[in-house]
Design a protein around this ligand. Sequence first.
Ligand SMILES: Cc1cc2nc3c(=O)[nH]c(=O)nc-3n(C[C@H](O)[C@H](O)[C@H](O)COP(=O)(O)O)c2cc1C
Length: 354
Amino acid sequence: MNLFYRKLIRPIIFRLEAENAHNLACRFLSFTEKYKVPRSLIKYFSQEHSYPVNLFGLSFPNQIGLAAGMDKNAEFPNSFSAFGFGHVEVGTITPEGQTGNPKPRLFRYPEYSAIVNRMGFNNLGVEKISRKIQLNFPKQKRTIPLGINIGKGKNTPIDNAIEDYRVCLKKVVTLADYVTINISSPNTPNLRKLHHSDFIIPFLKELSNLNTELAKQHQQAPVPLLLKISPDESFHTLELIVSKAVDLGFSGIIATNTSISRFSNKDYKDFETGGLSGNPIESKSLSIVKFLAKVTDHNFPIIGVGGISCLDSALRKLDAGASLIQIYSSFVYNGPFFPSDLAKALRYRNKSWP
Ligand SMILES: Cc1cc2nc3c(=O)[nH]c(=O)nc-3n(C[C@H](O)[C@H](O)[C@H](O)COP(=O)(O)O)c2cc1C
């Protein structure tokens, strides 16, 4: 199926401008989301390659998740589940809907299996998206965990950023299986300042306290909170952040988001401005996963993301210390059956799975 996608479908889709191609794919996904029969067909072709992994109190049917940004408005979780993902992360969601940056804002570089984006958190806002989740992917009916990724609005000054996260967390806390606190997208003004020591400590503290309060209020266990970090910060900064996240009861780290670095590569220097993802960021993300696993003694869950495009790169992240992995760019380049192929390959690599 992947060969069929790469030889026949991809050349047609890639003739379109990147965001138009994305929108076309979304129209197909709207169809599969709406009707069970095409979803069952997809399920049949992608087969189920389940090898359950338990992490922060959740059971994941396999280790491969859809990274944030593909399903920003939580429109297609049932379809992504049918394609074989073991979890889906929707968002980034902000308190109010916003249109994002002017187009063009999404760029493909097929010869490097890379993508650059400067989307800027285009999304419908937490109110509308929560309603969609409640309606189309309610907790009691889903078969894979749903992560909800939250962030700050474009016009919110960094000093008030916490308020945006509070609004979103309150709204999604009963809907999400885990919540990702995204401080690392490069296309929202000043967002990455939240990595700095003056901001990060009170910021994490406040969210952790709010999570405890909300759990009491809703008489549920606190929702697992994950922090998604940038690959462009120093190891020193990341070590401080992860140690605070551990102390404050966060459940894990997602490493990493896209990079604004072009890694002294003269070809990448001609790329558009924005966050780089795909193959060029693999080794950087991997080095961060390795570093975080080492400083936490492999005792703090890490979701590894960045440049996973084949079995070997998936294994590199897992061997480095990631418990789960996520993909975005390789879903675009390798096609919709890539997650199930990868799940199958991983399952057969580890014979201890039943
Ligand atoms: C078009 C696009 C939009 C993205 N939007 C988001 C987002 O809204 N929130 C987020 O946390 N990450 C976002 N990401 C980052 C991905 O979740 C992922 O961390 C990154 O692409 C690295 O993974 P990859 O190399 O498999 O693509 C986006 C990535 C792309 C390519």
